[in-house]
Each structure stands twice: as C-alpha cells, then as structure tokens.
Design a protein around this ligand. Structure first.
Ligand code: DGL
Length: 262
C-alpha cells in the first residue's frame, strides 16, 4: 500500500483527458497534474527540446514524491519514454500510444486513420506499432492541424474549430476510414466536434484513455503501490503558466471545458 500521488504530465491541458479517466477509474488515488502550458504545443518542436522539457517535468514530479508517472502526452511519450525508463529505473512509467490495435481488429472497411501530432507520427514507437498492423489494414496518418491550439484556447465548440476539424476529418472519411484513432491527448476534448463532422456516417472514434487507466491499475498492483481502500484522494495541479492558466487547468479537469460551457 502507498498513498503517495500518481504524477501526470502533458505539454498543456490535453493530459487532463487522461487525468479524468484515472480519477474516475481509480478514485482513491491522489493525482498531481503537471501541465507545462508555456511551451505548448510540443508537437512541432525538435526532439531534443521535447526530451529536455519532459525530463524537467519528470524531475519535478519525482521531487513531489510521485509513486508512478503517466506521460499523458503522446508526443512526449514518443520522444522520451525509452530515455525515462533507462534513466529512472525505479520509477514505473506509463506512456501514451495511439490505440491502433482495437481499431485494426474491428475495422470493416480495412482503413484506419490515426490523428496525432507531427512528432508522434514520425516517432519510432508509432512506426513500430503501425508496422505490426500494416499488412492487415491501411493506416492513414493525419496531423490534427491547429487542434492543440484550439483546445488550449477553450474554443472547441466554435465554428472555426468545426472548420479545422472538417478540413482534417473529411478527407479521412472520403478515403474510406471507419475508425479514427485519437493519438494526442488534447484531441478527446474535440470529440463532440469530430462527431458533428462525422454526422450519420458509420465512423468510430477511439482514444487511449481507458486502456491507460487499466495499465496504471495493473502497474500499481504489480508494484504493490495501490492506495488504501479508505484513502481520500487529493488533486493538485502544477504549471509553468500563470495563475489564470492554472485556473483553466482546474476548470477543465472538473469538466468545464470550452468557452461555451464555461
Ligand atoms: N497532448 C499532446 C500529445 O498527446 C501534446 C500536443 C502538443 O503539445 O503538440 O501529443
């Protein structure tokens, strides 16, 4: 048993989609969420920078006493997960990877689209996972251009957001995809907008949230790190941004996402 917190890290607010899954699935676990917020987006930055920022965040979460760390950012996972596992062998890490497997196993058209940042789609993690399924399905790689910025500004329910989503999603559907895998933790906050663009067509959106929560539970169990059944969880948020950004993180975490809903 261990009542220390689980740490989560993202370039900004996207990792809160993972935070929400873990909070719901593991309600006795305390959580510390680190959302950079200043240097976001990471997706088009050079690998060396993403690695450096991720290591800084991990050092901070370790200093806060976190017992397990979730890299709640596909981009940071793609760049840094091997390095982290090698350099911090005593810390259990969970990374984010696009859920290609369930999509590949259930597609009827044989075409699966993966939406992610540039950096994630170029990473060897993605190349390795997609290669495993490449002989069974066609995988379309697509960058969610401006999606991260839209979520950071809380503008997911605006006409401009819908236009940006349409520009990316429409060609994917026209190419025959019936599964859209969200390979960036910001994108689940655009789920409703993506659904609006899909309309009545038979296309399923798949994200990694529940799989990540199951993996966290499994690692806690294996390392005897579960919190007490009676432990009352607390939730903390850390950012490099200002007070206003910190408030936005908290509001989004507890379900107040977009400007329209705020
Ligand atoms: N939430 C991120 C991801 O999952 C980062 C996006 C970004 O900062 O570009 O990839």
């Amino acid at each position: 048993m261990n009542n220390s917190a689980i740490g989560l890290f993202d370039s900004g607010m996207g990792g809160l989609s993972v935070w929400q899954e873990i909070r719901a699935g593991l309600p006795t676990e305390s959580l510390i969420f680190f959302g950079d917020g200043v240097r976001c987006p990471y997706g088009s930055r050079p690998e060396s920078e993403v690695l450096q920022f991720t290591v800084e965040a991990v050092e901070r979460l370790i200093a806060e006493g976190c017992k397990l760390i979730v890299i709640a950012c596909n981009t940071a996972t793609a760049v840094a997960i091997d390095y982290l596992r090698e350099h911090y062998p005593s810390v259990p890490f969970v990374g984010l990877e696009p859920a290609i497997k369930p999509a590949a196993l259930t597609t009827k058209t044989g075409v699966v689209a993966v939406l992610a940042t540039e950096r994630s789609l170029e990473g060897k993690l993605f190349l390795h996972t997609s290669a495993k399924y490449a002989d069974k399905v066609q995988i379309i790689k697509s960058v969610g251009r401006d999606f991260v910025e839209i979520v950071e500004r809380g503008e997911e329910d605006t006409p401009a957001a819908e236009a940006a989503v349409r520009g990316v999603v429409e060609p994917i559907i026209e190419a025959g995809a019936d599964k859209i895998v969200l390979g960036c933790t910001h994108y689940p906050f655009l789920r409703r907008t993506i659904e609006r663009v899909i309309g009545g067509r038979e296309v399923e959106i798949i994200d990694s949230g529940s799989a990540v929560c199951r993996r966290v539970a499994q690692l806690l169990e294996e390392n005897d790190l579960r919190a007490d059944a009676s432990h009352s969880a607390d939730y903390r948020f850390i950012t490099l941004g200002d007070e206003n950004y910190l408030k936005q993180l908290q509001r989004r975490a507890y379900g107040c996402c977009s400007k329209e809903k705020a």
